[in-house]
Structure formats: structure tokens, C-alpha cells
Design a protein around this ligand. Sequence first.
Ligand SMILES: Nc1ncnc2c1ncn2[C@@H]1O[C@H](COP(=O)(O)OP(=O)(O)OP(=O)(O)O)[C@@H](O)[C@H]1O
Ligand SMILES: [Mg+2]
Length: 453
Amino acid sequence: MKKTKGLPKILVVDDDEQIRKQIQWALSDEFSVFSAGDRPSAIETFKKEAIPVVLLDLGLPPHPREAVEGLQALDELISMDPLIKVIIVSGNSERGNALAAIDQGAHDIFPKPVDLDELKVVLHRVYKRIQLEKESIEERNLGQRVSFEEIVGSSPPMQEIFATVSKIASTDIPVLITGESGTGKELIANAIHNRSPRKDAPFIAINCGAIPDTLIESELFGHEKGSFTGATTQRRGRLEYAHKGTLFLDEIGDLAPELQVKILRFLQEKVIERVGGRQLISIDSRVIAATNQNLEEEVKANRFREDLYFRLAVVKIALPPLRERGGDVLELAQHLVQVFSKELKKPPKKFSKPALEAIRRYEWPGNVRELQNRVKRALVLSDSPTIGPLELELEIPGGEANGASTLKEAKEAFERDILISALQENNNNISKTAKALGISRPTLYDLISRYGL
Ligand SMILES: Nc1ncnc2c1ncn2[C@@H]1O[C@H](COP(=O)(O)OP(=O)(O)OP(=O)(O)O)[C@@H](O)[C@H]1O
Ligand SMILES: [Mg+2]
């Protein structure tokens, strides 16, 4: 083959060999052109080459004077790739059929006889559009794209989770991730996707709890033009965008009962129908769901469908709260300081000993997200090279005077304890604390920094 590698691919489907050759010849500088003379060979070539743009003549053998074969080809192409752009190449007499094809999901109509220069312009525009669609999908998901290696977790329960992730990532098995808010459910979902053969296709996250009930069906499944007031154009749903990739159904416990039925149907049959549409669209995507609710309880209380639960929870990953991950919390805190220092363009800082102790003792009800927030705030607020518990807005651990062995250590421990209780009594207000202790504010600052508070 010639140097067609890397060029955008086009499939030309026309029963007239002359036309195929002419188009091929005209486009071959700028496109990698494939051609087919009938529906079966068009489908076969598409399956082999995954071509994103197809020029389709509707009158194909064995019925070259009708549109049936062409329309069927269109249907099959769309069901294999919902994002495919099919351009109908048609003469004036076939206008009615061409419009029917647009109704079925064709991207555009191009008039016959074909003006080749015009065709090139149109094709480049279509490719530009494809590029934009891809970027917008990626943008939506970029915020959370993290490689597995960036997930901190040396504790045994996290190690076990990483092992599970590695085992199941290459399969299409549905996964249900549970855990308190902020424990990293979306992060794990992402890690599964990024380690799967689907990693180059989109990861589409849908927060089932955040979309208003009235909009969620069309958001998920898309809609046809005119299917309800306000549906002025046809629109693809998020599920269609997840084709070939991973669909992440976040907060699945919030899904309304009618939609539970529709999602169940999608999981069983792997097809969807747009709102107001008649056509079935096949979607090939891996499904990962997440919730911070107890779905078993929800099933018992008849708020969540049992059949849907079993479909989703083939593999379950239960993320432990941060307070049950032992030393992970310290490791994470240090990791986050580095990440955020870079992000905020600040010199990296260390935690003081009391700060580390305070982090270890705290319960972290908001889990990793809370840790992120406190570390970030401390980095922004603190001027000294160390971060103390005060900057993290954590309680200062006290009462270590007993362990002192020399008089100097005992005096220091005593001074520190007094300082801590005075700060606590005065809600960490510096002026008030200084006054209560009978020292100046600069002296108090010195002491706070000396004891790493
Ligand atoms: N083990 C970890 N290592 C590094 N970063 C983590 C870890 N766990 C969570 N994070 C980070 O903490 C933040 C919260 O995680 P994530 O959004 O995945 O939690 P979630 O369980 O989906 O929370 P919610 O229930 O609130 O939606 C994210 O920015 C994520 O990157
Ligand atoms: Mg989440």
C-alpha cells in the first residue's frame, strides 16, 4: 500500500464503479479511501477498519433503484458505531429518501453529481467536527484521569483492592464500588478503565443524583427532534458516548424507579432507544456503578430493584474509610503536600510532628477529600516551612510531659501543654491567647513555631 497510513479514513459505498474510482482518485492525497459496492462488503470493510466517515449511495444492489439496501446499511453502521458520520450522496430524484436517511441518523446529504472540491471541504469539516466531539468528551473526563500508580494505599485492605482491580480490569464484568463519601470511588472506577483494553475510548461518568429527574432520561438516552417540548434538535445521550468505553454510573442509589427499569434493560440487551425514537442503537460499554448508600438495605426496603442490583454487583469493591487504613493517612498527607505544592507553585513543606500526630488521631469523616481540603488550605495559609495542626484546623495533641527525661524536656513539655490549652481556650485566637498568657504576640508566634503547632 502507498503512504495512506495516518490519513483520515473514508469509506465510499456506491454500486457505480466509475464513481468509486473517481472519488478515490480525487481524495487519495488527503484521505485513506476504502470502497465498497454493496451493503455486505461495506459492513465488512467497516468492521475491519473502523472508519468514522462514510459516503453512502442509497441505491445499492440488489435494489439499485430503491433505497432499502442503503437505509439498512445506514442502520447497521449506526448500531455498530453510534458516533459514525454517514453522508448520503444522492441525486435530486432521491431527495425524499435522503431526508428519510437524515431522520434515521445520517449526518448530512451531499448532491450528485459530485463536485470533488466541494466534497473535500465537507469531509474536512466533518473530521473537524469529530475532533471537537472527541475533545469535548475528553475534557469532560479529564479532571479525574489518574493512573493507578498515583493512588496511595499501602494498607492491607487497599492492597487487596488493587489486586482485585488488576484482576478484573481486562474483563467486561460489571463492578459495584461502595464506600463513604470521599473514599476514592471514582478514582478506582477510573483506574479500572485506564487499565482495561477500553482505555483509549471514553470514560463517561454520570452522576445519577445530580441530574434533575425530568432531564435524566434524555441526558442518558438522548432524544429525537420534536420528541418533547424543547427538543428542537436530535441529541445523543451520554450512554451513546460511552460506546466502546466505560460507563460510570455514580450515585446509582439515587436513580428513580422508572430509570432503574430502563438501565436494567440496557444492561440486559445492550441496546438503547432515544426518547421519541424508534430505532434500537447497540452500545458496547463496560459498566461500573458506585454508591455511598447501602444498596442491600435499599433493595430490602424496595427502593432499589433487586434484579438491577445483581446485574451491577457482579464484582463488589468496598472502599474502607480512611480511618481504617492505618498509616495510609500519613502517606497520603505527604503525597498531597507534594502534589498541591506543585499545583500552587509553592515550595514544598513538611508537617510538624504534632501535625502528623493530629492527622493520625483524627477520624476523617470526609475521608480523602477532607484531607485534600485541609492540606490545601494549610499550604495556602502557612508562611513557615512547616505545617502545624493549627493550620490544618485539627486539634493539637497534648499531654506528653510524662515521657520527658531531662528537666529541660519537662519544662518544654510543660510550656507546650500550657500553650496548647491556652490556644484551645481562646479558639486559637492569637491576640487573646497572648493576652491570657501575658506574653506579646511575636513571642507567642515564636513559641507556636518552635513547638510546631
Ligand atoms: N488513595 C488515594 N490516593 C490518592 N488520591 C486519592 C485517593 N483516594 C481518593 N483520592 C482523591 O480524593 C478525591 C476524592 O475521591 P473520589 O472523587 O474518587 O471519591 P468518591 O468516593 O467518588 O467521593 P464521593 O462519594 O464524594 O463522590 C479525588 O480527588 C481523588 O483523586
Ligand atoms: Mg464520587
